[in-house]
Design a protein around this ligand. Structure first.
Ligand code: GLY
Length: 307
C-alpha cells in the first residue's frame, strides 16, 4: 500500500493512511483525506483557505479517478460547496457524464445533499479586495466588476499567490490504484477558468495496470501536453517510471508561447515506485509519502529539473 500526496496534504494524508489500513478502498480513502484539506483554512490553495477569482468568487475544481475501472468524476468552477472532491465522486457514481461545471455542478451538488455554504474566507476576501483596489483604474473602480476583465488578467502572475492544488494518489492492498485532486485554482483567475485538476489526462490519470500521475502548479501547460496521461501511456509502452516522467518533462520544456511556468509531477508505478519532480519551480517543493508499516507519513523534497 502506498499514498503519495503534495505538501498541502499534511492533515489529510494521515486520515487517508488510517482508512487504508482499515481496508477502505483506495479511492474512498483518498477522498476522505482531501476532504480534510478542503476545509483547512491554513491551506491557501484549496477549498476554504483558497483564493477567489478576479471578481471575488470562489470556483473549485476537483476530480477522482478509479484506475481499475478507469471511471472518472470531475467538477469545474463549482461555486458554493467546499466538498468539491465528494461532489466529483458523486458525478462518477451517479451520472453517465465525466465532468460537470459551474451552475450545473452546483445544482448537482445540491441534489446530492451538499447544501450551499459559506466558501469565501474573510481573509481571502480582504486580500482580493486590496489587490483589486490597487489594480483597477480609479475611474473604473465604481463600475467594477462590470468592466472588461481581460485587461486585468495579468493579476494571475501575482508572485505571492501560488498556483497550487492538492493531489493524492495511491494503491491499496487489493492492487487498485486511484488519484484525486482538488483546488480553488489560480488566485484572481478570469471567471470560469478551469485548471488541469478536473481535466482527465492533464492534471491526473490512473490505470491500476501501470500507475498514476497528478500535477500541480501551471495547469495551462499540462493541459497542452496531457502530462498525466503521457506518463501512464509511456509506462504502458514499456518505459520505466523515471523515463516516463522524463518524456513528459521534455515535452513540457518544448512548449512555446502562452503562459509558461513551473509544474510539479507526482507519479507512481504499479510496483509502488514513486517520483516527485519539480520542473522549473523556483521554490523548494515538498511532498508526503506513506507506505503500510509506517506509523506516520514522511515528508520529502522533490527532485529539481530545470531547462
Ligand atoms: N494546477 C492547478 C491549476 O492550474 O489550477
Amino acid at each position: 500500500m502506498l499514498i503519495l500526496a503534495n505538501v498541502e496534504a499534511t492533515n489529510g494524508i494521515k486520515v487517508s493512511a488510517k482508512l487504508l489500513e482499515n481496508e477502505l478502498p483506495i479511492l474512498d480513502a483518498l477522498v476522505e483525506g482531501i476532504s480534510i484539506v478542503e476545509r483547512d483554512p491554513k491551506v491557501r490553495s484549496v477549498g476554504y483557505g483558497g483564493w477567489p477569482n478576479m471578481i471575488g468568487e470562489m470556483e473549485f475544481d476537483a476530480a477522482v479517478m478509479d484506475g481499475t475501472s478507469r471511471q472518472i468524476g470531475a467538477v469545474g468552477a463549482l461555486q458554493d460547496s467546499l466538498s468539491a472532491v465528494k461532489v466529483a465522486r458523486e458525478v462518477m457514481l451517479r451520472l453517465p457524464h465525466v465532468v460537470l461545471t459551474s451552475a450545473g455542478a452546483s445544482r448537482f451538488a445540491k441534489e446530492c445533499g451538499f447544501e450551499p455554504e459559506a466558501v469565501l474566507m474573510p481573509d481571502s476576501k480582504r486580500v482580493w479586495r486590496n489587490k483589486i483596489e490597487k489594480t483597477v483604474a480609479p475611474n473604473l473602480i465604481d463600475q467594477f466588476p462590470n468592466i472588461p476583465l481581460a485587461p486585468l488578467s495579468n493579476l494571475i502572475t501575482d508572485p505571492e499567490r501560488v498556483r497550487d492544488t492538492t493531489v493524492f494518489l495511491g494503491k491499496d492492498d487489493k492492487g487498485d490504484i486511484a488519484v484525486c485532486t482538488s483546488t480553488s485554482g489560480w488566485a484572481w483567475k478570469y471567471p470560469g477558468r478551469l485548471g488541469d485538476s478536473p481535466i482527465p489526462g492533464a492534471g491526473f490519470y490512473a490505470d491500476s495496470r501501470y500507475g498514476a500521475a497528478a500535477c500541480t502548479h501551471t495547469g495551462e501547460m499540462t493541459m497542452r501536453t496531457s502530462t498525466a496521461r503521457c506518463i501512464i501511456l509511456a509506462m504502458q509502452l514499456g518505459r520505466s517510471l523515471e523515463d516516463a516522467i522524463k518524456l513528459a518533462i521534455e515535452d513540457l520544456a518544448l512548449l512555446k508561447g502562452g503562459f509558461l511556468g513551473g509544474v510539479v509531477i507526482h507519479a507512481m508505478d504499479a510496483n509502488e515506485n514513486y517520483q516527485v519532480i519539480n520542473f522549473n519551480c523556483s521554490e523548494t517543493i515538498r511532498y508526503w509519502v506513506w507506505r503500510d508499516g509506517m506509523r506516520t507519513p514522511e515528508q520529502k523534497i522533490a527532485e529539481k529539473h530545470t531547462f
